[in-house]
Design a protein around this ligand. Structure first.
Ligand code: CO
Length: 460
């Protein structure tokens, strides 16, 4: 039996440990080694990388992707896509979703892992359809969570729906690292029996369950597992690549990773980790084993965001209260899985409930949209009192929300005008208008004043 590995250091490990602040220039020199390691794929784009490039790193995310593509001609490049939300926090019209997928593939993506935070399959069908049309691999991800309404049968049903759409693999996405080894075993087995597709397992080591869970998943027949090179593994990141390769190899599984290359990659990332620890970008808080997450179901990115948010508001001492409030907010909202964007929305709401000293005194516009049905169908019943308090008697949307949206690409193109130099720029602008516009302005200044420098950047 063969087991394959998706390396997450460039995306999820980066996102979960250092809030996605790894600049392209810092990892560019190791890309050719990563291309030689024997990975199934490199998860390197999507998720929060796109936002972070524009907002914090003064980088063109498309340029980053092209750079990785050029340096890694032999390895599949993978991205994470939030279905109809793309890389943002709201639904986009179908023409934008299709264009985004098309351009992602055109710029170098091979595998698009597509999920919907609510496991509402209407919200991934357009992205899946376009991925298939563009000849890329569509991986349908189901968000694992535990709640009174999330049963094994419910997950199998979601997987079947995805298989019917034509996805080429199914990913179990345990964004909170709360999936235990037995749950993983049972779920992988159930999926293997009901859909004849490769099964990919994604978890986080937040609670320390990660490696045991992955081993049991492989025993049940999982084909691919997500891991991070060891210096950027553990804690809210993924379990370590080398550790799993070693353990599974010893157990008799065929592992096609090159140990020497893995060591080269790890040696490269070690000093980066040390720097990040020294600067405080990497907090020891997210590196340990946090078994509270088994109760609170807090994903890696969410936990590090909460710590950052509360630290900024000089309220880190109230973290425990916020963590206790999260499951209550979640129950009120019909048990949405805590994955982006729901994790941020629930986290912000729980923080507001605690800091205001009164529940739902301040409610974000995203939570209001959620309650209206703009994110899709809530997995379970919403607390009617909470809904009434926030929305009054407003009727919920019952159809697919994106059907109500006007096409958006051409309008955005006209709006941003010549500042956008390509369709990719227009997509950046649609995804993160203010950040993209600021980035374009800076880019224009650079191009005017330091022409030779800008040429060098383009070739990186
Ligand atoms: Co993840």
């Amino acid at each position: 039996m063969k087991v394959q590995f998706t390396e997450t250091v460039l995306r999820d490990a980066n996102q979960s440990l250092i809030a996605t602040r790894l600049p392209y220039a810092k990892f560019a020199p190791i890309l050719s080694a990563m291309d030689r390691a024997g990975y199934y794929s490199l998860e390197c784009w999507g998720g929060a990388t796109f936002d972070s490039c524009l907002r914090y790193l003064d980088e063109d995310p498309w340029q980053r992707l092209r750079g990785i593509r050029a340096a890694c001609p032999n390895t599949k490049l993978q991205m994470l896509l939030r279905g109809q939300n793309l890389l943002g926090y709201k639904h986009y019209p179908d023409d934008v979703v299709r264009m985004f997928v098309a351009k992602s593939v055109e710029n170098g993506i091979d595998i698009i892992r597509i999920f919907d935070a609510l496991n509402d399959m209407r919200n991934i069908e357009v992205a899946v359809d376009e991925t298939l049309k563009r000849g890329a691999h569509a991986s349908g991800a189901l968000c694992f969570t535990t709640s009174p309404i999330h049963s094994l049968d419910a997950f199998v049903k979601v997987a079947r729906q995805m298989a019917d759409m034509g996805v080429q693999s199914i990913c179990i996405k345990d964004m909170a690292g709360i999936m235990g080894p037995q749950e993983a075993y049972d779920l992988v087995k159930a999926l293997k029996e009901s859909v004849s597709l490769p099964i990919v397992v994604h978890t986080h080591n937040t609670t320390g369950l990660g490696p045991i869970t992955l081993v049991k998943a492989v025993e049940a027949g999982a084909d691919v597992i997500d891991t991070a090179i060891s210096s950027f593994s553990g804690g809210t990141s993924q379990p370590a690549t080398e550790t799993l390769a070693y353990a599974l190899g010893q157990m008799g599984y065929q592992v096609d990773l090159d140990d020497k290359v893995l060591k080269e990659i790890n040696d490269y990332f070690k000093p980066i980790k040390d720097e990040d620890l020294k600067s405080g970008l990497l907090s020891p808080l997210v590196m340990g084993t946090e078994t509270d997450a088994l109760t609170y179901q807090v994903p890696g990115g969410m936990l590090s965001n909460l710590v950052a948010q509360l630290t900024a508001q000089k309220a880190l001492g109230r973290l425990d209260e916020v963590l206790a409030e999260i499951p209550k907010v979640r129950a009120d909202l019909g048990y949405p899985p805590l994955v982006t964007p729901m994790s941020q929305m629930v986290g912000v709401q729980a923080t507001a409930n605690v800091l205001a000293g009164q529940r739902y005194k301040n409610v974000s516009k995203e939570i209001k949209s959620y309650l209206r049905g703009e994110y899709g169908q809530a997995p379970g019943p919403v607390n009617p009192e909470v809904r009434k308090e926030i929305l009054g008697d407003e009727a919920p949307i019952t159809g697919r929300y994106a059907d109500l949206l006007k096409p958006g690409f051409e309008a955005a193109k006209a709006e941003i005008g010549p500042l956008a130099q390509s369709d990719e720029d227009v997509l950046s602008y649609i995804a993160f208008p203010a950040q993209a516009e600021a980035f374009f302005q800076k880019r224009r200044e650079r191009e005017t004043h330091t022409y030779s420098y800008s040429i060098r950047r383009v070739d990186e």
